[in-house]
Ligand binder design. Structure first.
Ligand code: PHE
Length: 449
């Protein structure tokens, strides 16, 4: 650790980069899809509870661990504990990064196809049924989606190679606010569609009779996924956060921003879903068929659609950058590869996984593992199992293995910042967060018998 680690530029830089990782397809594509399949309002409420009780403490734990350890997720655990005993937690995070990228990369490819479609054809002549047929026809093709995925992942690799500061930080700065503006415009239009209010009811009138242990597990998984937790991403980014940044403040800002984008995406999507008579539990295609329909109802929809899909691809990119950074930092620091080699080997491996994930929706759709396609398996195993368990391990490590005075020094920037919440934070991280995760799991296990 002789040379000084690069750090993100200032508070705004940290916020944008961490929020860039958090805000992505998880908010605009996965969140509405989960919400639709898990009954609406009640899921929304449980999601927010998970984000606050489980997500925020773990994010602070990951930031602190990363900044203290000044290294990739495996190295940070080693540096902070002074032993190799806890490295497995980091390995599980790195494995998770590969698996997430395996299906996320496929959806990233879809966003590029939609940029292309929006530019070349526009969606204006298409009815809701056309849009849904077109999506399915595209996503089951063997070659085309994979080519888009390869293009996307290559761009991703190039940005990571430009380095933490130039590549990652710069790309987040202007684009995030722009995306927010478009989602707000979409939301306004969607709400004013005939019958749109039913969508709002679906979102904000929780029907608790629909809550099962599965719904709770899904909400928790979504919180981990959306906040980029439980796989070392925020730990790796934590290692690039300057020593003068108030970590607690950054956690609150990232969580609020991420939740806001998810909520706005849901407000843009569900009123339109009800107005157009689309099934709210349609699954992964939900965002891709609903939003083009909303653009068709907006003056200048052609341009808005292009802008939206471009920004969506960029939001996805700032998330995939953070995922590849976990892998690149790990391989270059632990295996002593150059960053270039690490990023390229990482990307090639991800492309191979993603090719199978994409094919599992089409030509290989008969191939089922535990009754799921490979694509769904990657999604489910990461969000519902690996991330919560790795998150649990990280929170136990930070809360029980790091001396409290040392942790406090890290969180208060050696006593220069106030952190009145410190005691409460340690208590929550020691008892409440782990217990909450364990209860959700036990409940789910019991429901199988
Ligand atoms: N949080 C990202 C999203 O919502 C996905 C992600 C998961 C990114 C894990 C990094 C790590 O799209």
């Amino acid at each position: 650790m002789s040379e000084k680690r690069v750090s993100f530029g200032g508070r705004m830089g940290v916020l944008l980069v961490a929020a860039g990782s958090a805000v992505g397809l998880g908010n605009i594509w996965r969140f509405p899809c989960e919400l639709g399949q898990n009954g609406g309002g009640a899921f929304l409420l449980i999601y927010f509870i998970c984000a606050i009780v489980i997500g925020m403490p773990i994010m602070l734990a990951e930031f602190s661990l990363g900044r203290m350890g000044q290294s990739n997720v495996v190295g940070a655990l080693k540096n902070v504990s002074g032993s190799n005993k806890y490295k497995w937690i980091g390995y599980s995070g790195v494995l998770c990064a590969f698996l997430i990228m395996g299906f996320y990369g496929v959806v990233c490819g879809w966003t590029l196809e939609y940029v292309y479609q929006a530019v070349v054809f526009g969606f204006s002549s298409m009815t809701p049924t056309d849009l849904s047929t077109a999506f399915t026809a595209f996503s089951v093709q063997p070659v085309r989606p994979i080519l888009w995925t390869i293009l996307f992942l290559s761009i991703n690799c190039a940005v990571v190679l430009l380095g933490v500061k130039n590549g990652i930080e710069r790309s987040s700065k202007i684009l995030m606010p722009m995306l927010l503006i478009i989602i707000i415009i979409l939301g306004c239009r969607s709400l004013t569609l005939p019958g749109g209010m039913d969508g709002l009811k679906f979102l904000f009138k929780p029907d608790f009779s629909k809550v099962t242990s599965e719904v709770v597990l899904n909400a928790m998984g979504q919180a981990f996924f959306s906040l980029s937790l439980g796989m070392g991403c925020m730990t790796t980014y934590g290692s690039y956060i300057g020593k003068d940044i108030n970590l607690g403040e950054s956690v609150v800002q990232v969580t609020v921003l991420d939740s806001l984008v998810s909520l706005l995406a849901a407000i843009a999507i569900f009123p339109a879903v009800f107005s157009l008579g689309i099934n709210p539990s349609a699954g992964p295609e939900l965002a891709f068929i609903t939003l083009p329909n909303v653009f068709n109802q907006i003056p200048g929809g052609y341009i808005w659609a292009i802008l939206f899909f471009v920004l969506l691809s960029i939001a996805a990119l700032t998330s995939t950058i953070s995922l590849l950074e976990v892998i690149t930092a790990f391989m270059s620091e632990e295996w002593k590869l150059s960053r270039k080699k690490a990023a390229i080997i990482g990307t090639a491996t991800i492309i191979s996984i993603a090719a199978f994930a994409s094919l599992s929706l089409g030509d290989l759709s008969d191939w089922k593992i535990f009754g799921m396609s490979f694509f769904d398996l990657l999604d489910n195993v990461t969000a519902r199992i690996i991330m919560p368990l790795t998150g649990l391990a990280i929170s136990l490590f930070v809360a029980w293995k790091i001396e409290q005075t040392r942790l406090k020094d890290e969180i208060t920037n050696q006593g220069t910042k106030k952190a009145a919440y410190f005691k409460a934070f340690v208590f929550i991280l020691r008892y409440i967060t782990p217990l909450a995760i364990i209860i959700v799991f036990i409940n789910q296990l019991l429901s199988w018998f």
